[in-house]
Design a protein around this ligand. Structure first.
Ligand code: ADP
Length: 173
């Protein structure tokens, strides 16, 4: 039995290029597109993804929904909505953990075996990345330990600095 450790990896890169079953989008609750990773995914994936998002009609904070991947290498996009950080006393940690967990539940429900995540909520939504990274890693590890159908999860971090923070959260010194 593989450990959950060997089913989790961290790389620096552009998530739109990830060759996995599903990439996760840090969307907003309208699902109608935004900046950051959301804008990059819609640009690279083409209009089909936005058309599917319109039909779905929206997504609650902490929840996730699935669309096709359009022109992306990934077959699917799982759109999740992280919390906007408002000081840390407004259920941000629970909502961030829920965004990761619900994304993986949607993966399991749709026979998605390999998943790539960006760093949810740590861009425009302002979540301090040193606090977000251990929640991201811990929630994914816990899910992997209970769900062998997920073969691996990859975090695709956009900068070397973000990657270093996630590495430290995964392997604290
Ligand atoms: P949020 O609104 O949830 O904070 P953002 O898209 O603003 O989402 O930022 C989330 C993270 O995604 C940030 O760390 C940002 O640097 C990163 N990011 C932006 N574009 C990409 C991309 N193409 N691939 C991977 N990560 C990206």
């Amino acid at each position: 039995m593989e450990t959950e450790q060997s089913r989790l990896d961290l790389i620096r890169g552009d998530i739109t290029e990830a060759a996995v079953d599903a990439i996760v989008n840090a969307a907003n609750s309208t699902l109608l597109g935004g900046g950051g990773v959301d804008g990059a995914i819609h640009r690279a994936g083409g209009p089909q993804i936005l058309a599917e998002c319109r039909k779905i009609g929206g997504c609650e904070i902490g929840d996730a929904v699935l669309t096709g991947g359009g022109n992306l290498p990934a077959r699917y996009v799982i759109h999740t909505v992280g919390p906007i950080y408002r000081g840390g006393q407004n259920h941000e940690a629970d909502l961030l953990a829920s965004a990761y967990r619900r994304s993986l539940e949607v993966a399991s429900d749709n026979r998605v075996a390999t998943v790539a995540f960006p760093s949810i909520s740590t861009g425009a939504y302002g979540y301090p990345i040193d606090q977000a990274a251990p929640i991201a890693i811990g929630t994914v590890r816990q899910y992997l330990s209970q769900h062998p159908e997920i073969v691996f999860v990859r975090f695709v971090l956009f900068s070397e600095a973000d990657l270093a923070i996630y590495r430290n959260a995964a392997n604290p010194v």
